[in-house]
Design a protein around this ligand. Structure first.
Ligand SMILES: *Cc1c(COP(=O)(O)O)cnc(C)c1O
Length: 392
């Protein structure tokens, strides 16, 4: 027998841990979400290595992509992460409750929120002349320029100061002197498509616009941007999805490891005859005598209805041990049905567990069956899961 590699040994230990966590889950838990914090830490280290000497921040908006901001960012801090990006002031407040990190708020400065930013010690990502003026005026009134980032638009055309305005700002010392400018940033529109010509165009434009603010640290790359190479790294990178195991580029091998394991209970195992239909809409007719395992998760739990199976379409599989169970029929709100015909009876019992997401059926796999992206799978997880955080 071949000697298993280090990774294999570790994964056996992890599999054993998962099994004991599932065995000890509260009996009423219909679903269990296991977040592997050690994997988040390894993913962070990997992304940092790829981008060094640039600093690597953690993007933890939307409750760390649904996985839990406190557990996730605390794990990142153990790896030395000192800078966080969130979307909203409420998220900044949640983060400030347990962390001293520099916190940037990507949605920027909403009118009248400057005092709250100051109170929380959060930095707005300023995206327009109006926001810059309001933050500057507040700093002036407080007799101290307060820290912020400026977002320059390089082609996303969503948020960000247009190029002409960036030049105007840079030439208006009265505006800038009222702000403690800590970062100039922009955002890539096509970083997940490495061959897209927009990437180089945005990089060149960012180099040009950021040079209007000499000495100020620069940031361009999200997860996908990190993989585009050193010219995209500048001084600070902003990975989100790759920390959580989602694939940062649509092509090539995924450089990061899975983070989320998702399980639902078997509510019932039932035999059905060939010719019977399964579930809403009767869109799938059984071709053989079938053992159906009905599991306690559905679209209310983020198992997308758009991923449903039918006579003409395969759906995402579930797993029990080494066995792969094809999805049967439509995904309901709270339940989903699998073909368990080929699973031995001793592995199929009421209250047992079916793996819906993990190392084999990944967040990207579920996303592609549902016609969406891993980001939406993670941020749609729902609130019924019993959540478990495992560190190594
Ligand atoms: C969400 C976000 C990121 C992180 O993007 P990923 O693709 O998840 O790495 C970085 N920068 C900005 C401005 C964002 O909105």
């Amino acid at each position: 027998m071949a000697t298993p590699g280090c990774g294999a040994v570790m994964d056996e230990a992890f599999a054993a841990r998962i099994e004991s966590e599932l065995a000890n889950a509260p009996p009423h838990a219909t679903g269990v979400a296991i977040v592997r914090l050690g994997a988040i830490r390894r993913n962070y280290r990997k992304l940092r290595e790829l981008a060094q000497p640039a600093e690597t921040a953690g993007v933890v908006k939307a409750n760390a992509y649904g996985l839990g901001i406190e557990a996730v960012f605390s794990a990142l801090e153990k790896e030395g992460c000192r800078t966080a990006f969130v979307a909203t002031l409420g998220e900044a407040q949640a983060l400030r409750g347990f962390s001293k990190a520099a916190i940037y708020v990507l949605d920027g400065l909403l009118p009248g929120t400057a005092p709250l930013f100051e109170e929380i010690g959060a930095r707005p990502v300023l995206s327009s002349l109006d926001e810059i003026s309001e933050w500057g005026a507040y700093g002036k009134a407080r007799a101290t320029p307060l820290p912020a980032a400026i977002h320059v638009d390089t082609g996303m055309t969503r948020l960000g100061v247009p190029g002409e305005d960036a030049a105007l700002i840079a030439q208006t010392p009265e505006l800038l002197s009222q702000i403690d400018l800590r970062l100039v940033m922009s955002h890539l529109a096509c970083a997940d498509e490495p061959a897209h010509t927009k990437n180089e165009a945005q990089r060149a434009r960012f180099a040009e616009l950021s040079s209007l603010f000499p000495e100020v640290p620069r940031s361009l790359a999200n997860s996908g941007g990190i993989l585009l190479g050193p010219q995209f790294h500048f001084d600070l990178t902003r990975p989100g999805i790759a920390l959580y195991g989602g694939r940062p580029a649509s092509t090539g091998a995924n450089p990061v490891e899975p983070v989320l394991w998702l399980f639902a209970r078997i509510a019932e195992v039932r035999p059905a005859r060939a010719g019977e239909t399964v579930g809403y809409g009767a869109v799938q007719t059984l071709k053989r005598r079938t053992k159906i395992a009905t599991a306690t998760a559905g679209y209310a739990d983020g198992f997308f209805r758009a991923a449903s199976a039918s006579d003409t379409r395969e759906g995402p599989p579930g797993f029990i041990g080494a066995h792969r169970l094809p999805l049967l029929g439509r995904v309901s709100m709270d339940l989903v049905t699998f073909d368990a015909t080929d699973v031995p009876d001793e592995l199929l019992h009421r209250g047992g567990w079916i793996e819906l997401i993990g190392g084999r059926a990944t967040v990207d796999d579920l996303a592609s069956f549902a016609g969406t992206i891993s980001y939406e799978v993670l941020t749609s997880l729902g609130h019924r899961y019993h959540r478990i955080y495992l560190d190594d």
